[in-house]
Every structure is written in structure tokens, then in C-alpha cells.
Design a protein around this ligand. Structure first.
Ligand code: HEM
Ligand code: HEM
Length: 177
């Protein structure tokens, strides 16, 4: 059984990341529904860039916080604990790599990224060929993240519903309530 909750800072960062990732993927998926001549299509992509960049920054902050605090101790078989750790590492890696590849990918068009009309981020000096394959890599990594998240959420629900332990409760702040 878990002995304590995750520290509040990690819980806030975890659930904020969930919200931003859902909106970020929602934006890129829904842009497809609009015709190229419709400005909403480009606006949804700008939203995707903005949310994606914010997720990258939040993940760096979260990794720094994680370096300072420990999570709760769960009693589980060593092999399960190892698999969970590998899955979490994979999620962190993708949350850092995706914004970087996304930025390199869009730099190929030579256009700046608009920050809500307040400022803009200039494109990186990369060739069109480099930007093309990095954009394709970004799309593959995006799909890999979705697959890993499906496993992650299924595992969290398995703990809560089947094993009835406190793994999910520790991320919800419900241990010892
Ligand atoms: C953690 C942050 C991010 C996630 C989870 C994410 C996820 C995704 C996903 C799932 C796709 C669709 C893949 C497909 O169609 O198969 C995608 C496409 C794309 N993303 Fe991201 N992305 C992130 C950050 C960014 C950033 C920061 C940028 C640019 C600054 C960016 C630029 C793009 C572009 C240009 C596409 C291709 C859209 C198209 O042509 O259909 N992404 N992303
Ligand atoms: C965008 C979606 C999500 C992302 C990117 C994400 C990412 C992560 C990461 C990276 C960790 C590792 C924490 C660490 O060891 O530092 C984690 C832990 C956890 N996540 Fe998520 N998560 C997402 C959605 C969810 C959802 C929807 C649930 C619940 C249904 C959930 C439940 C948990 C639980 C219970 C833990 C703690 C596991 C443990 O204590 O070993 N996550 N998450």
C-alpha cells in the first residue's frame, strides 16, 4: 500500500499537464476539420504550438521539482515497479522531445510562431529537408505518446478498480482521507 500522497506541487503539475496535453492534441486533431482557406485552421495550429511549448516548459519545471522531492512508496513486485518507472521515463522523454521536434518542424516554413499577438518566436535556421523529416518524427512521437498514455491511464485505473490500492489515490491527494 502507498504510505502517502504525492507532494502537492507534483499533483498540480501532473493534472495541469493532463489538461494541456488534452487541449494540445484536441487542437491539432480538430484543425483537420477546417478547410485550408478557413482561418480557424491556422488558429488551431497556433494554439497547438502555444500549448505544446507550454507543456515543454512545464515538463522541465516538473523534472526540476521531481529532483527535489520523492514520490510515495508503493508496495508492488519489483518487475511491475520497473515497468512503471520505464513508462514514466518514456512519458517525460516524449513531453520534452515533442515540443523541440515540433519547433524544428515548423521552422521549415520560415514563419515565426505567434504568441497571442503579444510577441513572436523566430524560426530556427534549418533546411526544408531537415524540417520535413523532423516534422514526420514529431507526428510519429505524438502517436507514440498517445499509445503510451492509453497504457498509463489503463494502468492507473487497473490499480484503482481491480487492485484497489492507493496508487491513483496518491496522485489525487486522497491517501489517509
Ligand atoms: C508536448 C507537446 C506536443 C504534443 C503532445 C504534440 C502532439 C502532436 C500530435 C498528436 C500531432 C498529430 C500527429 C499526426 O497527425 O499523426 C502533432 C502534429 C503537429 N505538431 Fe505537435 N505536439 C506538441 C508540440 C508541438 C509544438 C511545440 C509544435 C510547433 C512549435 C508542434 C507542431 C506540430 C505540427 C506542425 C504538426 C503537423 C500538423 C499537420 O500538418 O497535420 N507540436 N503534434
Ligand atoms: C496527458 C496525460 C498524462 C500524462 C502526460 C501523465 C504523466 C505522468 C507521469 C510522467 C507520471 C510519473 C510521475 C513521476 O514519477 O514523476 C505520472 C504518474 C501518475 N499518473 Fe499520470 N499522466 C497523464 C494522465 C493520467 C491520468 C488520466 C491518470 C488517471 C486516470 C493518471 C494517473 C497517474 C498516477 C496514479 C500516477 C502515479 C504513479 C505512481 O505513483 O507510481 N495519469 N503521470
Amino acid at each position: 500500500m502507498s504510505n502517502s500522497n504525492w507532494p502537492p506541487a507534483i499533483r498540480v503539475q501532473h493534472w495541469l499537464t493532463v489538461l494541456l496535453v488534452v487541449m494540445c492534441i484536441g487542437a491539432v486533431w480538430s484543425h483537420e476539420a477546417f478547410d485550408k482557406s478557413n482561418p480557424v485552421r491556422a488558429q488551431l495550429m497556433q494554439l497547438h504550438f502555444l500549448l505544446g511549448g507550454s507543456i515543454g516548459l512545464l515538463t522541465v519545471l516538473r523534472l526540476a521539482t521531481r529532483g527535489l522531492v520523492n514520490g510515495p512508496a508503493h508496495s508492488m513486485a519489483p518487475v511491475v515497479a520497473l515497468l512503471a518507472k520505464a513508462g514514466h521515463l518514456g512519458l517525460y522523454l516524449l513531453l520534452v522531445l515533442l515540443p523541440v521536434c515540433g519547433y524544428v518542424g515548423v521552422s521549415g516554413k520560415g514563419l515565426p510562431i505567434d504568441l497571442l499577438g503579444l510577441a513572436s518566436i523566430p524560426p530556427l535556421p534549418v533546411s526544408a529537408e531537415t524540417a520535413k523529416w523532423v516534422k514526420e518524427l514529431h507526428e510519429d512521437l505524438g502517436n507514440a505518446l498517445i499509445a503510451l498514455l492509453a497504457i498509463h491511464v489503463a494502468a492507473a485505473l487497473f490499480h484503482a478498480v481491480v487492485l484497489k490500492d492507493r496508487v491513483l489515490a496518491s496522485m489525487l491527494g486522497r491517501v489517509d482521507r
